[in-house]
Design a binder for this molecule. Structure first.
Ligand SMILES: [Zn+2]
Length: 269
């Protein structure tokens, strides 16, 4: 599932693929992916979505997308697209199943948005609304901005996944960062202060940097859940395996409906 590093990679590849070129044609295969707002409900497809999409992308050559959290704002002159990938969205140069929207570029490349579960989407907008939509409802960016204080009694893992608190972390990277910081995922968020908060901030940065490094290059993105995908992460889906730091068995528990992988040996407080 795309989190900040995967969205960041998506933005960098869109920039590379379209550099020096422009969109000359648009195909919409599933109008539900073109949205009036950034809602993840497919029923909110935009009326006249294809026409609005054309108005944006045929308007001017694209600029490199700007990212905040897990959203991208892709400018075409004075107009823009807000992109979100949801759980299964991806942009690809391959002819892939579940194609929703395809852009044909002047340089001969085709880029396609695929999204089997339809929780991602494309929102045509402009430079008046776009920058606001990019950040609306989101906390500071998990990679670029300082980690804010994390108030409340809910578990720290759950707080880190709340995009209104800090934007960009999801289930996998939140859990791996807590392991790096040696913090119990069940610890009340409001008690992660001082040295623990500083450790967590460093760990989040290190985790996201590692994930971005792993995604470097110009290949098609592979999500860790994809069949046959490599899993380079020490905890994710490794319940029962020894922790690489302390050899204690890694455990899995449910928090807010999601699996948390953690090490009871390393993450004691
Ligand atoms: Zn351990």
């Amino acid at each position: 599932m795309p989190e900040l590093p995967e969205v960041d990679f998506c933005g960098r590849r869109l920039a590379n693929w379209t550099a020096g070129s422009r969109v000359i044609d648009v195909e919409v295969f599933d109008a539900r992916s073109v949205r009036a707002t950034r809602t993840d409900r497919p029923t909110n497809g935009l009326v006249e979505g294809e026409a609005r999409l054309r108005e944006v992308v045929l308007n001017a050559p694209p600029s490199p997308p700007e990212r905040h959290g897990k959203r991208l704002l892709w400018r075409f002159g004075d107009r823009a697209l807000l992109l979100h990938l949801g759980m299964t969205g991806r942009w690809t140069r391959l002819i892939a199943p579940h194609a929703k929207v395809r852009f044909h570029l002047e340089n001969g490349t085709c880029i396609t948005f695929t999204d089997p579960r339809l929780l991602g989407g494309i929102v045509p907008t402009d430079l008046d609304d776009g920058p606001r939509l990019l950040r609306e409802g989101l906390g500071p960016d998990a990679l670029r901005d300082p980690l804010p204080s994390l108030p409340g009694k809910r578990p720290i893992k759950v707080a880190l996944m709340d995009q209104a608190v800090v934007a960009g972390l999801g289930n996998l990277h939140a859990a791996e960062a807590l392991w790096r910081a040696r913090i119990d995922p069940r610890a009340p968020a409001g008690e992660v202060v001082g040295d623990r908060h500083a450790r967590l901030a460093t760990a989040i940065r290190a985790q996201l940097d590692l994930a971005r490094t792993l995604l470097d290059g110009d290949e098609e993105i592979v999500y860790v859940e994809d069949a046959g995908a490599p899993n380079p992460f020490p905890l994710y889906q490794r319940a029962g395996h020894p922790c690489p730091e302390c050899q204690t068995g890694i455990e899995r528990m449910m928090q807010a409906g999601r699996s948390t992988y953690w090490c009871p040996g390393c993450q004691r407080a």
